[in-house]
Design a protein around this ligand. Structure first.
Ligand code: NDP
Length: 297
């Protein structure tokens, strides 16, 4: 693989290995395994695939996986009751409610009901507030995984110009907060940003989290910049009837200009579940009152 290409798959494997080692030590110290509960409402096929993959990787890392599958017509009250029961369950360290929820359910209210101590997705208002305030807490998996790849490649990020394209609660906003905490000078661009390519061209670090296939082109990138492509877009493949995955960055176009770049697939994507497992392990230590050195993971 080109030395410029950031291999998220290998990094994620390494992270899962560290999680597995620490999960075994946790089980010894706590007298129980760390536990991650995943709640899936309805039968969306993509969510189904994610949930199965999360459960498999949770068990492979030496943690207990609790799966709760509820029918699509589940009521808000029933879902909130399940979240409350999981909050109270001493065997459950992390709770993940697979999004999106069916339209009749109030997603914000459900997420807010998750105990911050078990908020492995980092999406509750308390977790988001802690991140904004620079306080310790659980952080959304995809931006934290992106940050890990950046620090692995660049070392200190202090003083670098970073442009995050996208301001979603899931990716863009927490990514910007994490980069700010690393002392980057952060610009957050979005659909109303004027002269986007000029804004991006200033950046030493570009994080694209837009959801627009191959939007970012070579001419937008400062030579040598590090490019993190969070986008996952399915587009028609050359072969009739087939599809392929592409990012928000035109990889082939940008590769010669960038100093380093994540591919799609195989870049940020594999990091998301690995960081989820990391967050579950961090939550388990917190819940059991067992210290975990920040640098251990
Ligand atoms: P959202 O749709 O929630 O947010 C997209 C953001 O991009 C918005 O802030 C929007 O601006 C901005 N945007 C849209 N069009 C433009 C444009 N033309 N120019 C500049 N900004 C624009 O998406 P997510 O943040 O949830 O996800 C982004 C991408 O990352 C998707 O492809 C998604 O599939 C992928 N993803 C990948 C994950 C992984 O594991 N690798 C996990 C999560 C997401 P505005 O706010 O003004 O509307």
């Amino acid at each position: 693989m080109d030395g410029k290409v950031i291999d998220g798959k290998t990094f994620a494997e390494g992270l899962r290995g560290r999680v597995a080692t620490l999960a075994a030590q946790f089980a010894q110290a706590a007298g129980r395994k760390a536990g991650l509960a995943v709640v899936l409402v309805g039968d969306d096929p993509a969510s189904e695939v994610y949930v199965r993959s999360k459960a498999k990787q949770t068990v492979a890392c030496g943690m207990t996986s609790f799966e709760h599958r509820l029918p699509a017509n589940t009521t808000q009250a029933a879902l909130l009751a399940l979240v409350a029961a999981l909050n109270d369950d001493g065997a459950v360290d992390g709770i993940l409610v697979q999004l999106p929820l069916p339209k009749h359910l109030d997603e914000q209210a459900v997420v807010a009901a998750i105990s911050p101590a078990k908020d492995v997705d980092g999406l509750t208002p308390i977790s988001a507030g802690r991140l904004a305030l620079g306080q310790p807490g659980l952080v959304p998996c995809t931006p934290l995984g992106s940050l890990m790849l950046l620090k692995d490649r660049l070392g200190s990020l202090s003083g670098l110009d970073a442009v995050v394209i996208g301001r979603s609660i899931l990716v863009g906003k927490p990514m910007a907060a994490l980069l700010l905490a690393e002392s980057c000078t952060v610009t957050v661009a979005h659909s109303r940003t004027r002269d986007l390519s000029d804004v991006v061209r200033r950046a030493d670090i570009v994080v694209a989290a837009v959801g627009r296939p191959e939007m970012v082109k070579a001419g937008w990138i400062k030579p040598g910049a590090t490019v993190i492509d969070v986008g996952i877009n399915r587009v028609p493949a050359a072969e009739a009837g087939k599809t392929r995955l592409v990012g928000d960055v035109d990889f082939a176009d940008v590769l010669p200009v960038a100093g380093a770049i994540t591919p799609v697939p195989g870049g940020v994507g594999p990091m998301t579940i690995a960081v989820l497992l990391r967050n579950a392990l961090v939550a388990a230590h917190g819940n059991a009152g067992i210290a975990l050195a920040a640098e251990a993971i």
